[in-house]
Design a protein around this ligand. Structure first.
Ligand SMILES: [Zn+2]
Length: 334
C-alpha cells in the first residue's frame, strides 16, 4: 500500500512537473539592479588595434631609460587578459550587449559618429556628452549651439590638464559659463594620464594641473556649476577632500584608476573617501575605451569590496550619479 501510494505520488509529482512546464511560460528574466557608468568614451577604432588588457596592470612601474624609451602598454602579466574589440562593429555590438545585460545607463562622450550610433541603438541607456579641453577645439558659439540643442546632457570630458592648463584657466571660462547657465554637469579630467605619459607623448600634460584645488577659482566664478572631478583626482586625495569639504556641489568619479592601478591602492582611495564622509558623492565610472569585459571587471571591484555595505555599493554604482545627474528629470527628455 505504502509502495503504491509512493508510486502514485511520484507519478503525480512527475506529471505535474511535465504538464506544469508545458503550461507555464518561463519566468521573466530578472533584471539586474541599475548601474550608472558616468565615464564612457565612444572611440572609433578604425585601423588601430589596441593591445589586450590586464586589469590592474600598473602594479609595477619600474621606469626605464631614455635610451630604451617608453611605450604605452596595458598588457601586463595575467592569466586571463581582456581582449580588445578588433573593429568598430565588434566594439559597438559588445558594448550595447553589455549595458543591456547589466542594466547600465552610460554617460558617453568622444567620437560623435560612434556616439550617435550608440544613442540611436539604445536611446534610453545613453546620455550624450561633449567636452572641451582647449579653445582651439570648438568655438564658444559652437559649444553654445551644441549644448542648447538638448541632445547633450553633460559637458565632458574636459581635460585642460593634457594641455598643461588649469581648469580655472580663463581661456575656458566662457565654456563653463554656458554649462552653468544651461545647468549642465561638467566632468573635468584630473589626475594621472597613464604611466610614463609625458615620455610617451611628449605632450604638455602636467601632473600639477591635476590638483583638485585648482578648481577653486572656477567654482568661485561659477557658484552654481555642477562639477565632477574625474578619476578622483588620483592620487591627490587630500586635496580632493579639502575641495569637496568646502564645495557641496562637487562630486567625483572613480573611472580609469578603477581598472589600472593596484587593487589595494584603489580600495585605499575609496575607503579614505568614505571615511572622510563622502560616500554619497563617489560615482562609478569606467573610462571605457575598447575592452568590453573591462566593464564587468570594474563592477566586480566594487561588488567584492568587503569594507563597503550593500547601501554604499548601491550609492557608488547608481544612487549618487542618479542624484548628481538628476536622472529622473533627465530621462523625461531622453
Ligand atoms: Zn580622463
Amino acid at each position: 500500500m505504502k509502495t503504491l501510494l509512493t508510486a502514485v505520488s511520484l507519478l503525480f509529482f512527475l506529471s505535474s512537473l511535465v504538464f506544469g512546464q508545458a503550461n507555464t511560460n518561463p519566468p521573466p528574466k530578472k533584471q539586474m539592479p541599475p548601474i550608472i557608468d558616468i565615464h564612457v568614451h565612444s572611440m572609433k577604432i578604425g585601423g588601430f588595434q589596441m593591445g589586450d588588457l590586464c586589469p590592474w596592470f600598473l602594479k609595477d612601474m619600474p621606469g626605464t631609460d631614455p635610451k630604451t624609451g617608453m611605450t604605452f602598454n596595458v598588457s601586463g602579466d595575467c592569466v586571463d587578459p581582456i581582449k580588445a574589440a578588433k573593429d568598430d562593429e565588434e566594439l559597438t555590438a559588445a558594448f550595447l550587449e553589455t549595458i543591456e545585460r547589466l542594466n547600465i545607463t552610460a554617460v558617453v562622450f568622444g567620437d560623435a559618429d560612434v556616439l550617435y550610433k550608440w544613442k540611436n541603438a539604445a536611446p534610453g541607456r545613453i546620455i550624450p556628452g561633449i567636452g572641451v579641453s582647449n579653445a582651439e577645439e570648438i568655438t564658444v558659439a559652437a559649444m553654445r549651439d551644441s549644448l542648447s540643442s538638448g541632445y547633450y546632457k553633460v559637458m565632458s570630458e574636459c581635460a585642460p590638464q593634457y594641455n598643461g592648463m588649469s581648469p580655472s584657466d580663463m581661456s575656458l571660462d566662457a565654456y563653463f559659463a554656458i554649462a552653468e547657465e544651461l545647468d549642465l554637469p561638467v566632468g573635468i579630467h584630473m589626475g594621472t594620464g597613464g604611466n610614463g605619459m609625458t615620455n610617451i607623448t611628449g605632450s604638455n600634460y602636467r601632473a600639477a594641473m591635476g590638483n583638485p584645488l585648482l578648481l577653486e577659482d572656477l567654482l568661485h566664478r561659477h557658484p552654481k556649476l555642477r562639477v565632477w572631478v574625474q578619476h578622483a583626482g588620483y592620487p591627490m586625495i587630500d586635496e580632493l577632500i579639502a575641495l569637496m569639504g568646502c564645495n557641496a556641489y562637487v562630486f567625483l568619479d572613480i573611472s580609469g584608476f578603477i581598472w589600472s592601478y593596484p587593487q589595494e591602492e584603489i580600495h585605499a582611495t575609496i575607503k579614505r573617501l568614505i571615511q572622510a564622509g563622502f560616500g554619497k558623492r563617489i560615482m562609478y565610472g569606467t573610462d571605457f575605451i575598447a575592452w568590453p569585459r573591462m566593464i564587468e571587471a570594474s563592477i566586480s571591484l566594487i561588488q567584492n569590496a568587503s569594507y563597503l555595505t550593500e547601501e554604499q555599493k548601491r550609492d557608488i554604482l547608481y544612487n549618487n550619479a542618479a542624484r548628481f545627474l538628476r536622472l529622473e528629470e533627465l530621462k523625461k527628455n531622453m
